[in-house]
Design a protein around this ligand. Structure first.
Ligand SMILES: Cc1cc2nc3c(=O)[nH]c(=O)nc-3n(C[C@H](O)[C@H](O)[C@H](O)COP(=O)(O)OP(=O)(O)OC[C@H]3O[C@@H](n4cnc5c(N)ncnc54)[C@H](O)[C@@H]3O)c2cc1C
Length: 337
């Protein structure tokens, strides 16, 4: 079976802030990457003998396909973010799955007036979109609104300022929790500063990414202003609904078959399908385990109840694809990867 992972060579690391670093990668054979701005890579990382999978959005532009970049922010106590920031150096290889994700301009209804609103590490897909839209000279107006704790915490500050200086259709606004500099707005995103920045939301498209409370504020502000929510698109880096990972020993036992891997196993209807597949030794990849990244998708024949279909297309859903981390069995199942 062809491996889902391809080794990428880290060619450069750029320290953006005290806790965020950009890593650039190329393919072993220098082949071009194919992806859409806003998509992510799922990396396989060996941390002290334990294999982990994590998704990282691409911050680079698909219009320069010879290399890609991800920008990783340290999460306090986080296993993989700390490991990569402390260990990954130019010249080292890291296995990655093909780019995936539907938080993209191509996959969503979009108007010509785009608000890219992000905070913290959520800047990455927005940066990729901005770079791509500008580099390919799309006929759009972009307003990039970034929230951070302080000026020192602005990720990719130099690039943003360059885009601002070079492109008449790019407007840049920073909202900083702490600042003495009158160039920036002080505080957190709220109704007052949002109205100051965006006086008419009509006809605009919002792409937003950042911590869950931040995105909730963006969504509430948009709704309060009568925004057309068909043009509101968000990407979460963490689970919005933790219940999918709840464990319990109750539930009904169903029969699972993974014919491609010659496995027969029991599936507890109270636990995510992913648990049964992993326990049976089916080589399924799980990155976020919370219905966000889409890495653990599989095709099922039978009945399941799903709490997330993030990243699956309507066509894949019609074909029977589900996210195994966010699906529970309601009948015996045949499962294909
Ligand atoms: C589609 C997608 C794209 C992503 N893109 C990026 C990106 O561009 N840059 C980036 O830095 N991260 C990104 N992430 C998050 C990344 O995948 C990891 O979750 C993150 O690096 C934490 O992993 P860890 O192993 O360090 O922490 P873990 O050991 O997995 O978690 C440690 C603790 O931190 C909490 N936690 C996990 N993630 C976060 C977070 N992002 N913020 C705050 N607390 C968290 C966990 O709930 C847990 O309590 C993305 C995630 C998804 C699903």
């Amino acid at each position: 079976m062809q491996s889902l992972f391809e080794p990428l060579i880290c060619t450069k690391r750029i320290d953006e802030t005290s806790d965020a670093t950009t890593f650039e990668f190329k393919k072993l054979d220098d082949a071009a990457f194919e992806y859409q701005a806003g998509q992510f890579l799922t990396f396989e990382v060996d941390v002290a003998g334990e294999v982990e999978h994590r998704a990282y959005s691409l911050s680079s532009t698909p219009s320069k396909p010879e290399s890609v970049a991800v920008t990783i922010k340290r999460v306090v106590g986080g296993k993989v973010s700390n490991y990569l920031l402390d260990h990954l150096q130019a010249g080292m290889a890291l296995p990655a799955m093909a780019p995936a994700g539907s938080f993209t301009i191509e996959n969503n209804p979009v108007s010509a007036d785009i608000l890219l609103m992000s905070a913290g590490s959520g800047i990455t897909p927005c940066m990729s979109m901005a770079r791509w839209l500008l580099d390919t000279q799309q006929k759009v107006n972009i307003h990039f609104i970034y929230s951070a704790r302080s000026e020192a915490d602005i990720i990719m500050a130099t690039t943003l300022k360059e885009l601002d200086a070079q492109h008449a259709n790019f407007r840049l606004s920073f909202i900083l929790e702490q600042t003495d500099n009158s160039e920036f707005m002080e505080g957190r995103l709220n109704a007052e500063n949002f109205t100051q920045l965006v006086n008419d939301v009509n006809g605009k498209t919002i792409f937003t990414c950042g911590p869950t409370p931040y995105m909730q504020v963006v969504e509430n502000l948009a709704e309060q202003r009568g925004f057309n929510m068909d043009l509101f698109h968000k990407e979460s880096f963490v689970a919005e609904n933790e219940t999918t990972t709840e464990q319990s020993d109750n539930g009904v036992s169903y029969q699972g078959i993974a014919p491609q891997h010659g496995k027969n196993f029991v599936i507890n209807s109270d636990k995510p399908l992913l648990n049964a597949l992993e326990a049976a030794g089916v080589p399924i990849i799980a990155a976020c385990r919370t219905g966000v990244c889409g890495a653990c998708k599989c095709k099922v024949t039978g009945q399941v109840e799903s709490s997330s279909t993030a990243t699956l297309t309507a066509e894949q859903i019609a074909q029977g694809y589900v996210l195994s981390c966010s699906s529970k069995a309601m009948s015996d199942l045949v499962i294909e990867l």
